[in-house]
Design a protein around this ligand. Sequence first.
Ligand code: 9MR
Length: 354
Amino acid sequence: MEPLKLETDSLRDAAAHRHLLYGTALCTSDLTEKRRCDTILRECSIITPEYEMKWDRIGGADAPDFRASDRLVAFAVENGLAFHGHTLWWHESVPQDLGEASDARFAEAALEHLTRVVRRYAGRVYSWDVVNEPLETDHGRRDGLRHSRFLRAFGPTYLEVAFGRAAEIDPEAVLVLNEMGLEYASPGAERKRRAMLALLERALARGAPIQCLGIQSHLDAADQPRHHPELRAFLREIDGLGLKVMITEMDVSDQNCPRDRRLRDGMVADTYRAYLELVLEESRSLGVSTWGLSDDRTWLATARKRPDGAAVRPMLLDRALRRKPAWHAVKSALLSARNPDGGVEPAFPKGKIN
Ligand code: 9MR
């Protein structure tokens, strides 16, 4: 399809032309800076809490602390943004005080947490990452499931338990299974794609209300192939299962790019463009979220430091919140997305945000 030649001055507008959402991960401290807050409101139609809605942050039964997540949800509602709830069950965000708990106690606490959080925000959350990162193909199981407390406490059908409970409480929310590392070209990533397809087929056959696959999309500009037939084939199979796709946490590391800034920015931008064009062409997508907006607020600054010590530049905006080539690349990919008017139902249910 020909890209639309429209004047759009924000990613939010560009995405909306294709019935997509565009957004960012954020935290409450972002809301205290006027310029950053204005930028979020100009560019985004969906927001995701980067860490303040995780189980270890909200805490356990006795004294759950919802102050931060309440603030973020209120910000979304007040400003007409969709809210992507991240995340209900994730092996990395189990509260410390459950470390020694019995499996029965753990299962009880996990269900209590899920129930309490979904109920609190029902009607105000557009979508939920119900389960995050269930697969680890190096853990030696034939089904590729990660050895986690959830697996130990509930057994291999724990996804059905989580999705079933979330759907009971908030039948309107889009329920997402979110995973990392499905995007790469390595043999390990191909094993993960196969394991994901098998997992989804099994869970859907048993009636689990999974509606969407979340593909995190933490990419490396020096490593991500421009043409990726295996990823294309995978996305077609996901579509064949009747599932939507959300790009949930995109960023493009420049850790292994040359130091020259123009070259680096170009490689990062090209990676955003090629990847988004491919995914948006092959899937019925609900939207694209980046894991932050600007180069000074990114987990990659510590997790993917450059060997030459130069500051990393993986995001769409620079430290002064100016648009980089990556911003233009994302805009162009959004505008050329397949989602034609009327081709899928609008990503954002009417009435939900008001
Ligand atoms: O970027 C997030 C970082 O600020 C948090 O400290 C960390 C632990 O809560 O989680 C990071 O976000 C992760 C996301 O929740 C799941 N996919 C991988 C992300 C980067 O580690």
